[in-house]
Design a protein around this ligand. Structure first.
Ligand SMILES: [Zn+2]
Length: 115
């Protein structure tokens, strides 16, 4: 790929970065909380299903947030927005690798001129 193409591809990716602050990093996990005594639901073996957002940090530290069921669609959307942004940024970085190398189209033009 030549520089011009890489720059055009980068411009297309930039549009996908359409500024959003609605982003979340982490993952949603389902788990069941069980009380040891005094809860009829848990006594029946049902427990309380819970959705938790888990975020890991460098060094193995994690944060967890309990997510209400009505917030789940929003959280999923925000997680997906984050993934999309991350993939787009990665793709732009890959294109920039091309820009760090000499432009093959420029080299071709020069050799044509010499001929
Ligand atoms: Zn319970």
């Amino acid at each position: 790929m030549i520089h011009k193409q890489a720059i055009q591809a980068r411009e297309r990716l930039l549009k996908r970065l359409s500024s959003t602050s609605e982003v979340l990093r982490g993952s949603l996990i389902e788990r069941t909380t069980r009380h040891t005594s005094g809860c009829p639901k848990c006594a029946r073996g049902e427990g309380h299903p819970q959705t938790v957002l888990t975020i890991s940090y460098p060094g193995g530290r994690t944060k967890q947030f309990s997510i209400h069921s009505e917030q789940i669609p929003q959280v999923r959307q925000w997680l997906s927005n984050y993934q999309m942004l991350k993939e787009t940024i990665e793709a732009i970085c890959e294109l920039n690798h091309i820009l760090l190398r000499p432009d093959s189209s420029v080299r071709k033009t020069r050799s044509t001129l010499r001929d």
